[in-house]
Write a protein of this length. Structure first.
Length: 114
């Protein structure tokens, strides 16, 4: 398995949907925190739940946060919550959603002050 990450800064990357098994690889790659921006079951019953990913992340020694947001719209409150996460979690941080685009938009908006 290879993590399909895209770096947005030296200590922040995004990725498409990650399986629980990818948490070991994320830790081995040096990530210290993971943010899941995908609502549970958004992709149907085969999508891993936040609880499954969180258990695997914690077992791999990673900090984990679930901030589910819509792919179409991220509210100012959600952007502020994301900003607080990226300002407080240990770095480097890996955020993911369905494709990586939503996490990228959140990061850009949080850094620009929306």
């Amino acid at each position: 398995m290879s993590l399909p990450t895209q770096a947005l800064s030296p200590d922040f990357c995004v990725a498409p949907q990650l399986e629980p098994a990818a948490m070991v690889e994320a830790a081995a790659a040096g990530f210290r925190s993971v943010i899941n921006n995908r609502p549970d079951f958004e992709g149907g019953p085969d999508q891993p739940t936040s609880a499954q990913v969180e258990a695997a992340a914690r077992a791999a020694g990673l900090e984990y946060r679930h901030l589910p947001v819509s792919g179409a719209y991220q509210s100012p409150q959600e952007i502020e919550q994301f900003k607080q996460l990226i300002d407080s979690l240990p770095r480097p941080i890996l955020a993911f959603c369905r494709s990586g685009a939503r996490s990228s938009k959140l990061y850009t908006a949080a850094r620009q002050g929306y």
